[in-house]
Design a protein around this ligand. Structure first.
Ligand SMILES: Cc1cc2nc3c(=O)[nH]c(=O)nc-3n(C[C@H](O)[C@H](O)[C@H](O)COP(=O)(O)O)c2cc1C
Ligand code: SF4
Length: 519
């Protein structure tokens, strides 16, 4: 008898000893016990249970976690490998409320397949979307994506079908698909989890996009901080090539498509699409003026589809399940699902793929379990470092692009960072300005100089607060408001126009932190 044991080969699991556990377990098994086969899949998204050890049973996979190397002998003594009870046991993985609350579309294979295994991938509907796309005309594919309502998951939420249509309609001998895998937003990791858990889904999505717009070359711009994703993507690209899913005459058709993996230069702004193009061309990562749009003049001045990892990796599911099934989920103009990433001071941090329309409160409390510290929640930053800080009173906002925009926020890439009542929001506002100082590409004055002045102003406000002086406070707030207004109206890209969001929201909702000493 052989028992299958699953331990993720994924960065967050590896950061908490998953490798040691996978190495040590076989030697601890009793001689009279069953053989074990340790399978290294992607993550199930439950970072709070890592290292998670799952065991195949007749009822399904049983979960144990967080498992430490020290706990292994006890787990083995309790015969966990037969799915038996233990203090670290949680029952069937897919019945855990955290998991059962989700509707996994983009992440449907994550944790179930070995990255880069064509056999595993095909056994789980892999390449069915591309097979269908090869039977369709390019316009039919674009129509299908438009009907699905898919919007860009990188941050701006731009309709994917419209972007593809522009590239398809622009006549050129050479077109490109550029996948944005720079994932610089604080508290986000869905791109990484997808690339480490199901990289072939991204490859398939890029190939479908290429077929739709008439491109034969693709590039993945991957942040340098993701070495495991780089390794697994490289393996997956090679496996797809070796089996005729990439390269010339894909699956005997007349469609050619190749993908090159490029490693980023370690700058937040390089995730902005035009700076990414500059970086890909070997130049310093600075923003380009728009127009021309990258869809018309992108990489090497050729029409280029630029999409985020999650956008592209969702495309195969739309092609296999149909546009209508995808569009059925969601709220208003936010269709389908979004893989949210729960981070910061939260009890059950990890990845949660749910349809748009749930409220922020449901996401944080019902699924995430509230704060990890057990203290009252005070603020939530959704959408990365340029997202607004929401107070408790805005937690009933629906997870929907427009609902967030209407409240001065952004859903962005779906990062959710939670703070409890010990947070000093004036320092958080300063952090936002400082982030802009460090990451500004320097091309325009409101962002390059404005952010420096913003830090100085916030330093003065905090110094007055801490020394309980008030003579300059009013004037400093006036200047800060004026500075934010200038940055919003005069910056060249969203780095400068959005940095005021966290600052203004901190002042608006947490004004008391700016005016009195914090204990
Ligand atoms: C400062 C800045 C950083 C950005 N970083 C990223 C990033 O890391 N990944 C990403 O996909 N999009 C990022 N974006 C958004 C991209 O410019 C672009 O909208 C996106 O890649 C388009 O793909 P999508 O339509 O699939 O979302 C960033 C934008 C700005 C202004
Ligand atoms: S807003 Fe900032 S990041 Fe954007 S172009 Fe101007 S200086 Fe560069």
């Amino acid at each position: 008898m052989t028992v299958k044991v699953y331990i993720a080969r994924e960065t967050s699991a590896l950061s908490v000893d998953a490798e040691d556990i996978a190495q040590q377990l076989p030697a601890l098994m009793p001689q009279a016990g069953p053989n074990i086969e340790i399978i290294r899949h992607g993550s199930r998204g439950m970072a709070w249970l890592e290292p998670l050890v799952e065991v195949d049973t007749e009822q399904g996979r049983v979960a144990y976690g967080p498992v430490t190397p020290e706990a292994l002998p006890d787990l083995v003594a309790a015969e966990f490998y037969l799915g038996k009870p233990h203090a670290l046991g949680h029952g069937l993985t897919e019945q855990l409320p955290y998991f059962a609350a989700q509707q996994r579309v983009t992440f449907r294979r994550c944790g179930l397949v070995t990255a880069g295994s064509i056999e595993d991938y095909c056994a789980h509907e892999g390449f069915a979307g591309l097979e269908r796309a090869l039977q369709m005309s390019p316009q039919q594919i674009i129509d299908e994506i438009r009907e699905s309502g898919l919007r860009g998951r990188g941050g701006a939420g731009f309709p994917t079908g419209i972007k593809w249509q522009t590239v398809a309609d622009t006549a050129a001998e050479q077109k490109y698909i550029a996948c944005n895998a720079d994932e610089g937003d604080s508290g986000t990791f869905s791109d990484r989890m997808l690339m480490e858990g199901d990289p072939l889904a991204l490859i398939e999505g890029m190939a479908i996009a290429a077929h739709a717009v008439g491109a034969d070359a693709g590039v993945i711009y991957l942040r340098s901080e993701y070495p495991l994703a780089a390794e697994l993507l490289t393996e997956a690209i090679a496996a797809a090539r070796a089996t005729g899913w990439l390269g010339n005459a894909i699956q005997g058709s007349d469609f050619n498509f190749n993908i090159e993996l490029r490693i980023g230069a370690g700058s937040y702004v390089c995730g902005e699409e035009t700076a990414m193009l500059e970086s890909l061309e070997g130049k310093r990562g600075q923003i380009r003026y728009k127009p021309p749009l990258p869809a018309i003049e992108g990489l090497w001045q050729k029409p280029t589809v630029i999409n985020n990892v999650i956008t592209l990796a969702t495309v195969p599911a739309i092609l296999t399940g149909g546009a209508a099934a995808y569009a059925e989920r969601g709220l208003d103009r936010s269709r389908g699902t979004l893989p949210f990433q729960l981070a910061g001071n939260i009890k059950r941090g990890g990845l949660v793929e749910v349809p748009f329309g749930l409220t922020l409160r449901e996401l944080i409390f019902d699924i995430g379990g509230g704060t990890a510290s057990g203290r009252p929640l005070r603020a939530v930053q959704v959408g990365g470092p340029l997202g607004a800080y929401f107070p408790e009173s805005l937690l009933d906002t629906a997870l929907d692009y427009e609902a967030f925009t209407a409240r001065g926020g952004t859903l962005g890439h779906g990062g959710v960072v939670v703070f409890d009542d010990t947070v000093d929001m004036a320092r958080q506002a300063r952090f936002a300005m400082e982030f802009c100082v460090v990451e500004s590409c320097g091309k325009c004055t409101p962002c390059r100089i404005g952010s420096v002045r913003g830090v100085e102003l916030l330093d003065r406000i905090i110094a007055e607060r801490d020394s309980q002086r008030t003579e300059e406070t009013g004037r400093n707030f006036e200047l800060l408001a004026d500075l934010c207004e200038t940055m919003v109206n005069a910056s060249l890209c969203a780095m400068g126009t959005m940095t005021p969001n966290p600052v203004r929201s901190a002042v608006k909702y947490f004004g008391e932190d700016f005016r009195r000493p914090v204990a």
